[in-house]
Design a binder for this molecule. Structure first.
Ligand code: NAD
Ligand code: ZN
Length: 371
């Protein structure tokens, strides 16, 4: 019951296989794509003990020599210093141009390994085995790889496509609930951007996706990857506004993240969930979108357990949110161009569009009411 979709990019297309138990088939699935039967698995200290041995055994069974390099779990592994350390550890394995890197982990490991593959020996192949829902539906599609600097996240990197993505739906069973929900916000996002039927499907089936129904998980991941691949194929290097649609909820979300700091109090996907509700509220407030649609967004995302109220974020140590500070963060966002804030608003569910013409008084009003 695995599904395979093909991402078609100019000259470099690849498959995304989705389904339960794919880790155990990785050797057989990867073997035909390898330039030589040797891989180095890159994973983190949480995921490696859970799935590293199974993945290595699957390579071994297919006659592929596998070594493993492990990095600490979490965003700090995307820092420059950590990246340098990883590069040296990869070189300790004596790779050659025919070595393939395999990213086993969430978006951190995927972004890091993809960038390492882009520059190791001036470029080796890489394969993604994403283990978070966010990585399966978002970061493993589209070819953005990179690391962080003190100037901001993902400012050093490369567009570099994997040879194959293996999304095993079963590995999500060990993912903490909050991480799963954070990924789910990005799933629902694809429906809200341009696929109202998929959002309606999410309203009915989101609970089952989250509680582990394999067929529904596979479908949700497949639809998400198809949606992202469709948008990325049309705008691979983010040269038009099209790819910006993927940032629905992100102008608000990034402002919340920036205000809170990237310390785990608010996960990216949680911020995006709240941000999408705010984007629909703003659209309704501006008379662009029926209020009933904005209500549906809030109702569904809230019902699965995403934080919808800013007051609910941060638990007991309540934070004093200020509209002016949030707007300042929006201006600091790299997506703000020429001083104008870029928003993804909507004319309804599945009717998102990009605009730089948002009335600041309306924005302030919305934020003041939300706080
Ligand atoms: P992550 O990689 O840090 O994973 C979250 C946590 O879950 C980690 O502690 C990890 O060890 C743990 N984990 C992973 N899989 C697990 C499993 N199956 N069972 C138990 N624990 C597991 O975070 P993430 O949310 O996957 O990714 C966030 C990163 O992705 C950010 O750095 C972000 O910039 C990047 N990102 C990139 C793109 C892109 O297009 N390249 C898109 C979105 C996000
Ligand atoms: Zn996101």
């Amino acid at each position: 019951n695995a599904r395979t979709i093909r991402v078609e990019l100019a000259g470099r297309s690849y498959d995304i296989a989705i389904g339960p138990g794919l880790i155990d088939q990785a050797g057989a699935l990867c073997r035909p794509l390898l330039a030589a039967p040797k891989v180095t698995i890159v994973s983190d200290e949480t995921v490696a003990p859970l799935y590293g041995a199974r993945l290595a055994a699957s390579f071994d069974k297919a006659g592929i020599k596998a070594s493993t390099v492990t990095v600490p779990a979490g965003e700090t592994s995307k820092e420059f210093g950590a990246f340098g350390k990883l590069m040296n550890e990869l070189l300790d394995q004596r790779p050659d141009r025919k070595t393939t890197l395999v990213a086993l982990g969430g978006g951190v490991v995927g972004d890091l390994t993809g960038f390492a593959a882009a520059v190791l020996l001036r470029g080796v192949d890489f394969i993604q085995v994403p283990t978070t829902l966010l990585a399966q539906v978002d970061s493993s599609v589209g070819g953005k790889t990179g690391i962080n600097t003190r100037h901001g996240k993902n400012l050093v990197g490369a567009f570099y496509q994997p040879r194959l993505v293996l999304a095993d739906t079963e590995v999500l069973d060990t993912l903490p609930r909050r991480e799963l929900l954070a990924g789910y916000a990005e799933v629902a996002k694809y429906g809200l951007i341009d696929d109202p039927d998929f959002f309606a499907w999410c309203e009915t089936n989101g609970g089952a996706v989250l509680s582990g129904d394999a067929a529904k998980r596979t479908y949700a991941i497949e639809q998400s990857c198809l949606a992202k691949a469709r948008i990325v194929a049309a705008d691979e290097r983010e040269t038009t506004d099209l790819r910006a649609l993927l940032n629905l909820g992100h102008t608000f979300g990034h402002a919340l993240e920036a205000e809170i700091g990237f310390g785990g109090e608010l996960l990216h996907g949680e911020a995006v969930g709240t941000g999408m509700a705010m984007a629909f509220d703003l659209s309704a407030r501006l008379g662009l979108c029926p209020q009933a649609d904005a209500d549906r967004v809030r109702r569904h995302l809230g019902s699965v357990g995403l934080p919808m109220r800013l007051r609910a974020i941060g638990g007991d140590n309540r934070r004093k949110w200020e509209a002016a500070r949030l707007i300042e963060h929006m201006r600091g966002d790299k997506k703000a161009d020429g001083g104008k804030l870029t928003f993804i608003l909507a004319r309804g569910i599945g009717k998102a569009f990009v605009t730089r013409e948002v009335d600041e008084a309306a924005l302030r009003g919305l934020l003041d009411d939300a706080l």
